[in-house]
Design a protein around this ligand. Sequence first.
Ligand code: COA
Length: 313
Amino acid sequence: MKGLKIVATGRYAPRRVVTNEDLSQIVDTSDEWISARTGMKRRHFCEEQEGNLSNAVSAATKALEKANIDKAEIGAVVVATFSGDYFVPSTACLVQQKLELPDETICFDLNAACSGFMFGLQVVRGLLLQSEKPYALLIGSEVISRRLDMTDRGTCILFGDGAGAALLKLDENASYTSIMGSHGDETLIYVPNQEGVPHTVHMDGHATYKFAVQTVPKLIREVAEKAKLGLEEIDGFILHQANARIIDAVARNLGLPKSKFFVNIEEYGNTSAASVAIALDDALEQGWCKPGQKILLAGFGAGKTWGAAILDV
Ligand code: COA
């Protein structure tokens, strides 16, 4: 069975940087509290003229510049997001327009919250297996700053805006082993869409933390077993950047050194569906992971949803 090859990646974060110190001017919090409890130092928020589409297009453009392919060879654009500029049209259709991709390109958005990029990999692989074109563009893009209650210190400090993109193709020599799942839930994290109710992020922090530290180690063990790999044979782990303490707890549970886990939460905060894609591009750019290595990507979040994949970067 053909695996998924990551041809090129890109990322974009809006220029406006919001530090922990900035947030302490808005709500009763402090740099010490946020750093110690989450590992976050900064996050990026969109300015008025920016949005989900401009983030997505910037990240995709960077990936395409590195790939140097004929854009007409892209058969699908999938954007993982819960914070599109419109309910309809999808961000993906507008990315197609901006990038001037051909009419036969399949374009749609996918909402699986913080597992969005992982579910996107699974969906894109399915699309490519049926496509006459070799490439697909998978983008995770979020503008969560517009979904935050800036009076709720329990949530407003955690999230940021940004996008990550990956140009993908099927490859006989590339591997891809995945496990995805959901356990329907509307209590952990939700953004209401009812009249008269603000469309802001609500979260039970403790329950979400517990869900993550129970689910992710089990998920990683299961996907490694499915790939017939020992954990020590996996070169690096790039998890959804929700909280540095969650990543530490996962490493501890698996008996792996923290150095095996990429962390860039300090710079971006939690960017939901964009987070794994942003971290992947950052890790490749820094040389933290190198072409040819086996990397495990994992996401988890609202829904409840989870997904992990082992592939060659
Ligand atoms: N600044 C200062 N104090 C804060 C605060 C903030 N931003 N937010 C909460 N507090 C206070 C609480 O009010 C509480 O005060 P109290 O003891 O007087 O009642 C105290 O800090 C401890 O709060 P608690 O909720 O127990 O903190 P915590 O250690 O659980 O950390 C989270 C809170 C949100 C960082 C943590 O629960 C978490 O990361 N959960 C998972 C979030 C997540 O991953 N979401 C996305 C998943 S995709």
